[in-house]
Design a protein around this ligand. Structure first.
Ligand code: LLP
Length: 431
């Protein structure tokens, strides 16, 4: 179901017109739908109802505390990859036992905090990390619940920058070495090997690479059990894609059925780490048209959002639908335009060569499927404050992160002693 429908010619998020949010909060603003978050989470949970599965929402996709809590209240755990994300998950109310800590470079401080908090699983990705974790855990007199993340050398067939499971990638322990690494780790006093883990990439729209990787992982479980490890869990990562344009990603049901086949007979708890599939289509970025500039060869729709607010088009050439908040007439004129932001880079675009209804200065536009890897990847490049985030529920909405103020931005910086100067600097004019 689309939670951002046109109603009587106006675009809504659930029961709230997006024009109202823009008028009250300003633009650009990320706007999320609680109902969409819940529907996406439930679709996943229901698909796995027949399996022993824990859904640990990948907080990196959208780490706003209100978003995490919305999902935690529905039963989601969390997959985190930094101390910041771990703190967010805990603050949002996720039970520590339902938190998985992934990531190739967890620092000793981060590992210590994870042990302190008593989280459910730490996915280790290298031998030196295992040694570090063992020392910390042994010093505390505890055994860290560890899953060995392997690199299965399976190409996910997705964008190069979000492929993680081929041997050229930095992630995971080489599949062929996993048993040897586990044999060593299993003998360490601070390590309890509870499972194996894999994550081969993001925005996968085909089940085949998943299935290849999961079958390999299932084989590994057999091997690890033969070696005497009590393997209870299989963490299959995230990566299920969504529809941005004309992709036809598998449904959670199809994904779950494939997993049931790949792990048949293993009697394991399955851990899943979906991010994009939960929050991706549950959010839009609202932006206002500043100017329409007709160049010699192209028309530029210059909007107030930019690459610093939504990096995906610049970084991955990603396609995001862009639609006006006022529904265009069916016979409205279309034009092929570049939708660009105010940032001083040619790479600052939100869409290129996009056929869309003709728009004018001050029109409000919604950039679709921006709920995952949108706000979390934003920066203040060009000294543009971080934009606001809003969560809609039925006919209400709340600002869940206010727009960063210029005082917040500038006040965070400090002058060193030698530059402290109460006197105004002499003006030489513009050279
Ligand atoms: N688990 C692990 C270990 C991950 O590295 C990731 C994503 C996930 C789960 C969640 O994957 P998802 O279900 O969201 O595909 N910024 C990129 C995506 C980077 C994904 C990084 N890892 C983008 O905007 O497309």
């Amino acid at each position: 179901m689309n939670h951002f429908p046109y109603r009587d010619g106006e675009l809504f998020a659930e029961g709230v017109p997006l024009q109202r949010i823009a008028a009250e909060v300003g633009t650009p603003v990320y706007c999320y739908s609680s109902a969409a978050l819940a529907a996406n989470y439930r679709a996943f949970a229901e698909a796995f109802a027949g399996q022993r599965a824990t859904i640990c929402y990948a907080v990196k996709a959208n780490s706003n505390l209100a978003v995490i809590r919305t999902l935690a209240r529905l039963g989601a755990g969390a997959d985190v990859l930094s101390e910041g994300e771990l703190r967010r998950a805990l603050r949002a109310g996720v039970a520590p036992g339902n938190i998985v800590f992934s990531g190739v470079g967890k620092s000793p401080d981060e590992l210590a905090l994870a042990l302190e908090a008593g989280i459910g699983q730490i996915n280790v990705e290298s031998e030196p990390e295992i040694e570090a974790l063992n020392e910390l855990a042994a010093a505390k007199g505890v055994r860290a619940p560890v899953a060995i993340r392997v690199n299965p050398d399976v190409d996910a067939g997705t964008h190069e920058k979000i492929t993680t499971g081929i041997k050229e990638n930095k992630f995971g322990i080489d599949f062929d070495r996993a048993r040897a690494v586990a044999a060593h780790a299993g003998g360490l006093p601070g390590i309890d090997i509870v499972g194996a883990a894999v994550h081969i990439g993001s925005q996968l729209t085909d089940l085949a690479p998943f299935s290849d990787a999961f079958r390999l992982l299932s084989e590994l479980v057999g091997g690890l059990r033969e070696d005497g490890h009590d393997i209870r869990r299989l963490d299959l990562g995230g990566g299920l894609g969504i529809r941005y344009q004309d992709e036809t990603p598998p449904t959670p049901k199809e994904y779950a059925a494939m997993i049931a086949r790949a792990t048949d007979g293993l009697d394991l708890e399955i851990v899943l780490e979906p991010g994009r599939a939960i929050t991706g289509d549950a959010g839009v970025l609202l932006t206002r048209v500043l100017y329409v500039k007709k160049g010699v060869s192209r028309t530029f729709v210059i909007v107030d959002a930019a690459m610093n607010d939504l990096m995906r088009p610049s970084l991955y050439d990603a396609h995001h639908a862009i639609i006006p908040a006022i529904e265009p007439a069916p016979d409205a004129d279309e034009a092929v335009v570049d939708v660009v932001g105010p940032v001083c880079e040619t790479g600052d675009f939100l869409a290129r060569d996009r056929a869309m209804p003709v728009v004018h200065s001050q029109d409000l536009l919604a950039i679709g499927a921006a709920g995952a890897y949108g706000a979390v990847m934003a920066s203040t490049y060009n000294s543009r404050p971080l934009v606001a985030e809003v969560l809609v529920k039925d006919g209400d909405f709340a600002v869940i992160r206010p727009r960063q103020s210029y005082d917040d931005m500038l006040g965070a910086e400090k002058m060193p002693d030698w530059l402290e100067d109460a006197q105004p600097l002499p003006s030489k004019g513009v050279a």
